[in-house]
Design a protein around this ligand. Structure first.
Ligand code: OAD
Ligand code: ZN
Length: 232
């Protein structure tokens, strides 16, 4: 894939980009964790019903992401940012920090960040790498005493900073989507917005996403093989 010197690139990544770092995708694992459906641990209802279970799930994900290493797909995107500067925008659905650890600076985590938490009352997110794995260890806000929750966008919640995302999409000339099944909205709809604007749309992944018909080009292959071949 070749980009021109006037192109503005909007990149959307999903779980497939971190798959080769050993982090399970959602649909690939059958959507299961320890016998629970993802909906049973990644929704506001799950948090209401069983915050200990929810924190055990995100503690495990913190542990897994900490142990993982960025792969050549993450590095390829960091290199593109270096080459393109502010003509490059990276929006990820991933909550891990592997893009940052590969050297990406301007990363927007639309579904939140694994290594941030926030008070359910004060709402202000803060960096947090702790593991909360038992009922006696549930974190409370030092200021107001309310429960601290993962700074994650759960099913049924609204992604972060959608306005900024749509503004970037509005001025992009190329949309590159990598490693996402195209099944979770609004991210799965970015390609439709791009099509309304008539810009070039490219998908990268080992199989066609659910919204495959909407893309101009589908580059079938693993993210670690295909993303390093992009030239500017
Ligand atoms: P999915 O698990 O739905 O899709 C992962 C995609 O990655 C699939 O399309 C695979 O074909 C592809 N894939 C697998 N291995 C790959 C590789 N080596 N290189 C490139 N692609 C590969 O994950 P997402 O689409 O990211 O939301 O899921 C979207 C959202 O649904 C997540 O952010 C999460 C989830 O529920 C929230 O938590 C709000
Ligand atoms: Zn508080």
């Amino acid at each position: 894939m070749q980009l021109g010197s006037n192109d503005r690139l909007f990149v959307l990544t999903g779980a497939g980009v971190s798959a080769e770092s050993g982090l399970a995708t959602f649909r690939g694992s059958g959507g299961l964790w320890n016998g629970y459906r993802v909906e049973q641990v990644a929704t506001p209802e799950a948090w209401e019903a069983d915050p200990v279970l929810v924190w055990q799930f995100y503690s495990m994900r913190r542990r897994d992401a900490t142990a993982a290493q960025a792969n050549s797909a993450h590095f390829a995107l960091a290199r593109l940012e270096q080459q393109m500067g502010d003509r490059f925008y990276l929006c990820t659905q991933n909550v891990d920090d592997l893009h940052e650890r590969a050297g990406s600076h301007r990363v927007h985590h639309m579904h939140g960040s694994l290594f941030e938490s926030r008070c359910t009352h004060c709402e202000q997110p803060f960096e947090d790498r702790s593991l909360y794995e038992s009922a006696s260890k549930m974190p409370k806000c030092a200021d107001c005493g309310s429960a601290i929750r993962p700074h994650i966008v759960w099913f049924g919640e609204i992604p972060l900073n959608l306005e900024q995302i749509y503004a970037e999409l509005d001025r992009a000339t190329v949309l590159l989507v990598a490693g996402t099944s195209g099944s979770v909205y609004p991210a799965a709809g970015f390609v439709h917005i791009a099509n309304q604007r008539g810009i070039r749309t490219v998908y990268v992944g080992p199989e066609e996403p659910q919204n495959a018909d909407a893309f101009d080009e589908i580059l079938l292959g693993n993210a670690t093989e295909v993303l390093p071949t992009i030239r500017v």
